[in-house]
Design a protein around this ligand. Sequence first.
Ligand code: PRP
Ligand code: URA
Length: 209
Amino acid sequence: MGKVYVFDHPLIQHKLTYIRDKNTGTKEFRELVDEVATLMAFEITRDLPLEEVEIETPVGKATSKTIAGKKVALVPILRAGLGMVDGMLKIIPAAKVGHVGLYRDPETLTPVEYYVKLPTDVEEREFIVVDPMLATGGSAVDAISAIKKRGAKNIKFMCLVAAPEGVKAVEEAHPDVDIFIAALDEKLNDHGYIVPGLGDAGDRLFGTK
Ligand code: PRP
Ligand code: URA
């Protein structure tokens, strides 16, 4: 079974409080999601493999470390996952970015796939799938399946707010995938929204309704 990590870093928790607040407007919401994504990227990349390289400093030869292999690929789930990409790229600037387009049918709550584009060398990369919300888990489960179907072997999932139902769904469908969360909330309501959550992440990021 994959591991579930809930980030308890005070800066992440502080910023998440303002992200949740219904009085936070679009501009500030976007900025805060971007900042939290940077902080989460720092934590999620903690175990990236390193290799030793020989370099010369202005003073002499040194053996030092760089990230080994084909680096990271970020995959936001459209739309709301887009709000987390720039923040992550601030500290993983060489990462490639793929996209998976899914929307949740408002009646059935099941995800509908409309776009998948991934970087090359899928089998050698470490994928981080990002979406602010893990609610029923349908979108995350299908996005991860779409990436696996194209050959990905190494996948993590990262979100801001998760419901227990969503965590369970990802764990059951993809037991090899570790899940990284800023907050694990109480439950889903009858419309599949996370309670207390933060509302509709896509609408709050892009100012739609
Ligand atoms: C939201 C959210 C997730 C999904 C989570 O997207 O960004 O992708 O719902 O719900 P689930 O875990 O029950 O699948 P939405 O479908 O509203 O699309 P959008 O990002 O285009 O607004
Ligand atoms: N999608 C959202 O944007 N918010 C939720 O609470 C659930 C799904």
